[in-house]
Write a protein that binds this ligand. Sequence first.
Ligand code: AMP
Ligand code: ZN
Length: 489
Amino acid sequence: MALRFFNTYSRKIEEFEPRDPAARAISMYTCGPTVYSRAHIGNFRAYIFEDLLQRHLELRGYQVHRVMNITDVDDKTIRGAREAKVPLAKFTEQFKEAFVEDSEILRIKPADEFPAATDRRYIDRMIEMIGELIERGLAYQADDKSVYFRINKFPDYGRLAHFDLTQLQSTGRVKHDEYDKEHIGDFALWKAWDEEDGDVKWESPWGPGRPGWHIECSAMSMALLGDQIDIHCGGVDNIFPHHEAEIAQSEGVTGKKFVRYWLHCAHLLVDGQKMSKSLGNFYTVPDVLAKGYTGRELRYALLRVHYRVPLNFTWEGMKEARESLGRIDEWLARLDEVAKQENAQRPTPNAQRPTAAFEEALDDDLNISAALGFLFESIRQTNRAMDQNQMDAATAGAWLNWWGRVNTVLGFPHQFVLVGETGRFTVGGGNAHMIHVPAEVAEFAKERENARREKNWERSDELRDKISALGWEVRDTKNGQKLTPRDAS
Ligand code: AMP
Ligand code: ZN
């Protein structure tokens, strides 16, 4: 079956046909963070969904050119800089860095480009676009000197969100600063400078000011990916007005369809409410690490539910993530043992071999829940086969290879080392993640193996502490000690 996605624009599952099917190259635009504080794990649910999407497209042989913008100028960043009494760029820099750090911890593949809204190149592009929209009668400068998009002149406005504009007129509340607009739904393309903005301003044909948030994404995607892109993503809260506005601006300038597939992920919730900065019910990546969880475990917890289903964040869920990963680790270690057996067991023709079910589940609108269901069912069955000595080395090897492939999509690092009873070292997780164990750590681990054989638990614990001081964690499994470098998990 072909790859298919739920397109927010049509509200239907559609077969995926990129702009240029022959080239196997895809363009993907993902709305990035507004850098006025550290991103919370709700934001990271969106970024992990996008990461999963990119990785699966790559598994299916597409080359993905991905852009993620950084919104480094808006009301919140300006207010933050003013309150901190530092220049805007200095204020946002720390959160840009934190974003990169947290993304690495969660093993999110970096986008090919991270354009920043304040980059002169893009400001020029935004000004150019606004000028064109005014020329076409799609935008106007109001008495407050700001420039607005005239939504009544764009008949498709509201199609993405399936929004009825007459409702907007009747129920919308008119805020004081919106009196100048022709229509309550007209959104700002260029915001005229005022005192609150301090020295944050750029010159434009309409006077000093700064771009609105929506025009940033239209200008940057067009500058880097051209007039039409294959996939555009974000969280569901981005659908209206942000993505609706992006369509109006981009199509208003080019007259061409802006995006082929719109994919939006449901929210991460806390007690049934959206995790958000404004509600104050959020956790950051460092908050979760401080509770003793690893980036790998958080990645699992945020990844495991289908992207269109709201996901409730709980510590119980984190514990389950840890247990699930533990089961995968132990399974891989067992497969490793069987695959390396010198006297390969007699072939067991009935041993279950890997199938394409995992990848096919992801083809179906990225159904990760079904894919993981298949993984754990396979683990159960192959473990039972190994219990009964019904797994030959070749089949175990086939499962390890299969894991290597599906894990390019899941992105869980499996860099652990088993120190077996013979003191033999086994690198876990297939051969894809060979790692170096420092000699000192290896010595301590061997000594600890001896101490445990002699039931000298005190010495065993001492050695665990020594290993830990060198940055490695030890867990005792039935196959031996499992060593994991702390920064890799
Ligand atoms: P922002 O920094 O607010 O512009 O948000 C960055 C990205 O995170 C956007 O794609 C949002 O849709 C997404 N987002 C914000 N809050 C949540 C949440 N609780 N769950 C999932 N995605 C979210
Ligand atoms: Zn955007």
